[in-house]
Design a protein around this ligand. Structure first.
Ligand SMILES: [Fe+2]
Ligand SMILES: [Fe+2]
Length: 486
């Protein structure tokens, strides 16, 4: 057991050392072979965290057996609470070894910080650990962490309810504004908000006459320091934790959305048709994700990268073919379909080579699911009626998340909309409804947690976005004609 854990820690450290600095053009990647091999089961992580918690708190309570027994019971209660909560609310996180390692690390280091900063309980940056939990794991889990950590801090400081109250106010403020975090400046502003909440809570407690004016002044400074300190800690640790624990935050997604990223740059230069298709798809997929409450930023960035595999042979894809002719003409339909299908494998390979995040690789891999390439299949049928349909199907996997399902539909809808001669809203509606129905009856959403209601909302969003897009285009063309320009 110890050997396995040592190996894991060593491999993680090696990976950390190898990691590109944040902001560099090349990002860390999806799963390497050795990464798949290593896995610390959640119970082991929980046991290690419990042990760390116990040692830290034992130093505080002393070696009196009644207190030690109380400590054991308290820690058991806290961890049972976490396990039960995770099991019933976020089971996928409980099964994720890396996520559990991260949670254990955040909880243990926050308790260690409380112990180190004993004597300045209001200055402890509890909100930093809560915000990190919210950004890297789950917002709901961050709320639970806020309650538990504020409680532990209160207990560690003579069962002081005032400390619990102040840190709950700061941490909850941090969690409340988490959705709006998109860059480093937002994190700095979040620090200000946490500091303001801490100061507000301290002033409220002062109204109960708990502190003298002198103590109040010191507490206000500590409360403000806790807020600013939390922002600094999050800013400093976030890039390393993201890399080390393979998490993808909105900040990371926005970095990937930057068109100076090498793969996106290549797309603009080497496959301009695919680049244009990805841009429009990103815009309509983002709207569709918003319509069902899915991660709209992931939908946008996933769309930017979904077809990067076409960079291997851009001329074999219709959006990049110009007057030079269609290279599929001399090929047999089976060969054509192989070339087209290969953009998934090539895309995944390119994404891994450029160390893109796993969530983006999933978008690349799943955006066609196991769909049939109708055009080449029907061409093949004309030549040989015995031909097997499987040869003309993408290898999958089928979409496994609502965002992947949205990308599949937005991709088809964008491509099909370009083939409509006069794209009136009625024709766009017919086309989108047909695509959604076909993908559904083809069983493309059987591995994805998406409802019929969601599919209806996605369809309506795609219809509205594409209708607006073509309406704006027609209006622009008419106004250009009216101006006598071309
Ligand atoms: Fe594609
Ligand atoms: Fe596409």
């Amino acid at each position: 057991m110890f050997k396995k854990i040592s190996k894991t820690v060593l491999l993680k450290l090696l990976k950390w050392v190898e990691t590109e600095p944040r902001g560099s053009a090349v990002k860390r990647g999806g799963e390497n072979a050795w990464e798949k091999e290593i896995f610390i089961p959640s119970p082991v992580v929980a046991a290690l965290s419990v042990a760390a918690f116990f040692v830290i708190l034992l130093l505080e309570v002393g070696f009196v057996w009644v207190k030690v027994a109380g400590l054991v019971l308290f820690i058991t209660m806290v961890f049972a609470f976490f396990v039960v909560y995770l099991k019933y609310d976020i089971p996928e996180l409980l099964a994720d070894g890396e996520a559990m390692m991260l949670l254990g690390l955040l909880l243990t280091s926050s308790v260690l910080t409380m112990q180190v900063m004993k004597g300045w309980p209001l200055a402890v940056p509890i909100a930093a650990f809560v915000v990190l939990t919210g950004l890297l794991l789950s917002k709901r889990l961050a709320i639970i962490s806020a309650i538990v950590l504020s409680l532990v801090l209160g207990i560690l400081n003579d069962f002081g309810l005032e400390y619990f109250f102040v840190h709950i106010a700061g941490s909850f403020t941090g969690v409340t504004f988490l959705s709006g975090i998109r860059n480093r400046a937002d994190l700095t502003r979040l620090g200000l908000k946490i500091a303001a909440a801490n100061v507000g809570a301290i002033l409220i407690i002062h109204m109960f006459g708990l502190w003298s004016l002198h103590v109040l002044k010191i507490n206000l400074i500590f409360g403000a320091l806790s807020g600013f300190g939390s922002a600094l800690i999050v800013l400093g640790l976030l890039p390393y934790l993201e890399n080390f624990f393979s998490r993808t935050t909105n900040i990371k997604l926005l970095e990937l959305a930057d068109f100076t990223q090498p793969l996106l740059k290549r797309l603009t230069l080497e496959a301009p048709g695919t680049y244009h298709h990805s841009l429009i798809m990103a815009s309509i997929a983002e709207q569709a994700a918003e319509a069902i409450g899915a991660n709209s930023l992931l939908a946008r960035v996933g769309a930017y990268y979904h077809d990067i595999g076409k960079l291997s042979h851009p001329e074999y894809f219709i959006e990049n073919q110009q007057a030079s002719g269609n290279p599929h003409d001399p090929l047999a339909p089976t060969m054509s379909s192989l070339v087209v299908i290969s953009h998934i494998k090539d895309g995944v390979a390119l994404a891994k080579q450029h160390k893109l995040d796993k969530v983006i690789i999933d978008c690349i891999e799943q955006h066609h699911g196991t769909s049939l390439i109708h055009y080449f299949y029907h061409r093949a049928l004309e030549q040989n009626e015995e031909i097997k349909q499987e040869i003309f199907r993408y290898p999958g996997p089928k979409p496994r998340t609502p965002v992947a399902a949205i990308l599949m539909l937005a991709d088809s809808a964008e491509a099909a909309s370009r083939t409509i001669e006069d794209p009136t809203p009625g024709r766009i509606r017919d086309m989108v409804e047909k695509i959604v129905n076909n993908k559904f009856t083809d069983g493309q959403f059987t591995e994805c947690d998406i409802t019929l209601h969601d599919l209806g909302s996605i369809a309506e969003s795609l219809i509205a976005s594409l209708s607006n897009l073509y309406h704006a285009r027609i209006e622009y063309q008419e106004s250009v004609k009216g101006d006598g320009q071309s």
